[in-house]
Design a protein around this ligand. Structure first.
Ligand SMILES: C[S@@+](CC[C@H](N)C(=O)[O-])C[C@H]1O[C@@H](n2cnc3c(N)ncnc32)[C@H](O)[C@@H]1O
Ligand SMILES: [Zn+2]
Length: 284
């Protein structure tokens, strides 16, 4: 493993530095005090091993739905916008360090790394099902199963760009790990996002005051620098709508039989709005 990648890690148990431990057949990570973390067969590291978490992570079905929806290209314009902003935010850095917090299947990070092939990247997510896919999508990145609500296993000031796409934000920890010249990129849905299928797919409404709420939550740690709104139309088949329903948090409570019944009578194509805000924050 690239030694400059492990510089982006600190031991989740004792906060000591970490190096790759490539001895033997089971490659892993080891900290200066000897805490060891094995690499899963699928290529990610589960740093949460041995500790209970009360959080209900995305299921394999949810992750598969998200992967299929994204790989169909529906959000490619969003991925391009994220890549463009990440390139802009890492200007002047030879090998920028990028942390995707709540990276999911690694779809957006993969797109970012296409434009920044020399970047060092960490994909972090609480779902091992997501990380299995991320480890395939971004094989050069460190893929870590971790709960972002805990202290991040990342040294202070080590990261140049944090990417956060529809995922939880641990503001204090994001501020700690970001370098003084770093940037935080946050993608949130805007009112109207997927509005046309909100009811059939049992999606939650997007509250109108989301940006103000985000700015308030980041206040004291991050100052808004710029934002851009990304809006386009999707042409979704009933199968696509099913994926959209299954890939979000409402899937935990969704009645699949009811959904399938409703989708049977659905038109072959539905024009659906995709509406996002990509906000760039600088350390305050
Ligand atoms: C809506 S998905 C977005 C995934 C990815 N950013 C994307 O756009 O495809 C939200 C992701 O946040 C992850 N997540 C939720 N709570 C988390 C936590 N406490 N720590 C780390 N990841 C978390 C979920 O497992 C899921 O992959
Ligand atoms: Zn340790």
């Amino acid at each position: 493993m690239d030694a400059t990648l492990t510089q982006l890690l600190r031991c989740p148990v004792c906060a000591a530095g970490i190096t790759a431990d490539d001895g033997g057949s089971a490659a892993g990570l080891i900290c200066r005090s000897g805490h060891r973390f094995d690499r899963a067969r699928q290529g990610y590291f589960n740093l949460l091993t041995g500790r209970a978490s009360s959080f209900v992570p995305d299921t394999a079905e949810m992750v598969a739905a998200r992967a299929d929806f994204l790989s169909a290209g529906h959000y490619d314009r969003l991925a391009t916008a994220i890549a463009d902003e990440t390139v802009a935010a890492s200007r002047g850095k030879q090998r920028p360090a990028i942390l995707d917090a709540g990276a999911g299947t690694g779809f957006h990070l993969d797109r970012v790394l296409q434009d920044l092939p020399t970047a060092r990247a960490v994909a972090m997510d609480i779902s091992k099902f997501a990380l299995r896919r991320a480890a395939r999508a971004v094989p050069g990145a460190l893929c870590l199963v971790w709960d972002v609500w805990r202290p991040l296993p990342v040294p202070t000031g080590a990261v140049d760009v944090i990417v956060n796409v529809f995922a939880p934000r641990h503001v204090e920890e994001f501020a700690r790990v970001l370098s003084g010249s770093g940037r935080l990129l946050v993608v949130t849905p805007r009112p109207g996002h997927l509005a046309e299928i909100r009811s059939v797919a049992s999606l939650l409404d997007v509250p109108p005051e989301k940006t103000a709420k985000l700015n308030r939550a980041l206040e004291g740690h991050f100052a808004p620098e710029s934002h851009r709104d990304i809006e386009f139309s999707l042409e979704l088949s009933p199968a696509d709508i099913r994926l959209a329903a299954l890939m979000g948090p409402s899937a935990h409570h969704l009645d699949r039989a009811v959904l399938d019944g409703q989708l049977r009578g659905h038109p072959e194509r539905t024009t659906v709005t995709a509406a996002f805000r990509l906000s760039v924050y600088a350390p305050a």
